[in-house]
Design a protein around this ligand. Structure first.
Ligand SMILES: [Fe+2]
Ligand SMILES: [Fe+2]
Length: 299
């Protein structure tokens, strides 16, 4: 399709819009290099763990790395839609989003091979509920955009990607790493990588909240799709947690299933309420709310 106009040579980039503010933050904070992390202490700590302790970290990391690979592979249809709509500011930000997901794959892959000395095939750790979301719902929702780029299909894609995979599963995953690593003062290189990755993900989720809010401001009829998508996947997300704990009695590191189910549910509720509140906002209010979220993330 030929171009008829360019943003930079007509109205100019709108630097005070949420995607440009996210792009600025990504250029400043998203430039860490997974190859620079020192994992030597992590290797020494790993050698001292019991078989069950190693098993739960391997399970968590194998789920995380495949999840990062999935979001890297599946993001492109959304970027294509944003580009086709001529949303230059959003696409500038999304270039950093995809690059960051690729670095997250790189990071967890290093942990697996250099710290955990993991076997190549870890698919045994990927449970039915995990597969339902990461193998099926995520690519289904994103690939649907190739045939239908309507606001409703965009909203479904963002609800699965940003609200369930990032906002519920990934956030619960960091909570598990931080809980274990802080409680036992171990694996500092991995902890540092997870904390950098978490900052990247906070921008991704902020973009998802912005995108869903913008879509609803432009077309309020997308809300029932967002609501149904999130509610359908909520029990599956909780199932990912119970699948993990079903392998341990008692679970290693003193962690409990209830603690993580509660955390996953509260993350879901937080995202759901934020999106629900955005239903009645105008585009200008969406921009203001997103700026407030970014300021809060910076604080
Ligand atoms: Fe990621
Ligand atoms: Fe992400």
């Amino acid at each position: 399709m030929p171009h008829t106009t360019f943003t930079t040579t007509t109205r100019g980039l709108r630097r005070d819009t949420p995607p440009m503010l996210l792009f600025e933050r990504a250029k400043r904070f998203g430039v860490w290099n997974p190859s620079d992390l020192d994992l030597s202490q992590d290797k020494a700590d790993w050698a001292k763990l019991s078989p069950e302790e190693k098993d739960i970290i391997l399970r968590l990391t194998s789920m995380f790395v495949a999840g990062e690979e999935a979001v890297t592979l599946d993001l492109l249809p959304l970027i294509r839609v944003v580009a086709n709509e001529g949303r230059t500011e959003e696409e500038l930000y999304l270039t950093t989003f995809l690059w960051e997901e690729a670095k997250h794959v790189d990071f967890f892959s290093r942990v697996l091979t250099e710290v955990c000395e993991a076997p190549a095939d870890l698919t045994v750790y990927q449970s039915p509920n995990y597969r339902r979301i990461v193998y099926e719902a995520l690519p289904e929702a994103l690939c649907a955009l190739e045939a239908d780029s309507s606001p409703r299909v965009q909203a479904r894609a963002s609800a699965v990607y940003n609200m369930i995979v990032e906002g519920m599963l990934a956030e619960t995953g960091y909570h598990a790493y931080f809980t274990i690593m802080d409680r036992f003062g171990m694996m500092p290189g991995t902890r540092e990588g997870v904390s950098k990755l978490k900052l990247d993900e906070s921008r991704h989720i902020a973009y998802g909240v912005y995108l869903l809010s913008r879509l609803m401001a432009e077309d309020p009829s997308v809300w029932p799709t967002v609501e149904a998508t999130m509610n359908d996947l909520f029990p599956v997300g909780l199932g990912v947690v119970t699948d993990i704990f079903s392998h341990y009695d008692p679970p290693p590191f003193g962690v409990t299933q209830d603690e993580f189910l509660g955390y996953a549910a509260s993350q879901f509720q937080k995202r759901f309420q934020r999106i629900q509140r955005a239903r009645d906002l105008s585009l200008e209010q969406v921009n203001e709310e997103t700026r407030a979220i970014l300021d809060a993330n910076d604080a």
